[in-house]
Write a protein that binds this ligand. Structure first.
Ligand code: 2HA
Ligand code: ZN
Length: 270
């Protein structure tokens, strides 16, 4: 067996959680990530027949049966993943129609997956239907996006248009825009189902007064997606209280669509 601490998926997860912590997006135990893996990715690093513990999930997701996920742990700090990856991360295989997560590596202190596991797994199901290459679901608490949900309307079209107007490349990076959930109790199957529903039409879902979810094909790309939206929210929070003299017009957005071969969300541009 090869050393799992040198597996590309563990190395990349450590780099990403560290980077997110350094961006200030994951205070204390804030934030969580799940990365979908294939048996072929993991089999050189662990014995897939050696289940350490079977952990009940509290929901069903038959679409994910047999799939492997590297996931951050509940109550664990992103800050610490780099120092003790085997305590703060776990590798699980979904079994029993989604109702069980079989632990194959990690959570060595007896811990388990993030409290937001329902939102993660249900979002994977939703995104895989739209894009079979989707492998990552990422949640964090970036300050400017969070701040924006206190002062901006939560109307999805308006919220998206404001973000698109804040940096020229936003519409290119997230042409589907940003979906928005009202405040809901986190950690529940209900917010998981609501998030997954929103994930069927966009890769970014804002949890008002809490944070954001992003989905994508790899950790780097999903990080970059949230980074771009957060940058736009930062500009908004710098200018929202000042008179707006200039803006990116819808006509200019259409030029960006043509230049970069993307199509903004239906009905969002004039
Ligand atoms: O505790 O961010 O939403 C981790 C979270 C819950
Ligand atoms: Zn959170």
């Amino acid at each position: 067996m090869k050393d799992i601490l040198e597996a590309p998926f563990v190395v990349e997860m450590i780099r990403t959680t560290t980077n997110m912590y350094n961006h200030g997006w994951d205070e204390r135990n804030g934030g969580n990530i799940s990365l979908l893996l294939e048996e072929a990715d993991v089999k050189d690093y662990l014995d897939t027949d050696a289940v350490i513990r079977a952990i009940p999930t509290g929901f069903s997701a038959p679409e994910l049966d047999g799939k492997y996920f590297l996931v951050t742990g509940t109550g664990k700090y992103f800050k610490n993943v780099q120092y003790a990856p085997d305590v703060n991360l776990g590798l699980v295989r979904i079994a029993n129609g989604g109702e069980t997560a079989e632990l194959l590596w990690g959570f060595t202190d007896g811990g388990k997956f993030t409290s937001e596991f329902p939102a993660h797994m249900m979002s994977h199901v939703a995104r895989l239907k739209v894009d079979p290459d989707n492998r990552v679901v990422m949640h964090c608490h970036p300050a400017n996006l969070l701040a924006m949900t206190y002062v901006h309307t939560l109307d999805e079209r308006e919220f998206t248009r404001t973000l698109w107007q804040m940096c020229t490349e936003c519409i290119v990076v997230f042409p589907d825009g940003v979906n928005v959930l009202p405040w809901m109790l986190c950690g529940t199957n209900e917010i998981g189902e609501a998030t997954a529903e929103k994930m069927s039409t966009a890769r970014l879902v804002v949890w008002s007064l809490h944070g954001i979810y992003g989905a994508g094909k790899d950790l780097d790309e999903t990080f970059g997606l949230i980074e771009t939206a957060e940058k736009a929210a930062e500009i908004y929070m710098k200018i929202a209280h000042l008179p707006r003299v200039n803006t990116i017009t819808d006509e200019q957005m259409h030029q960006l669509e043509a230049r970069f071969g993307v199509k903004g969300r239906e009905g969002y541009l004039a």
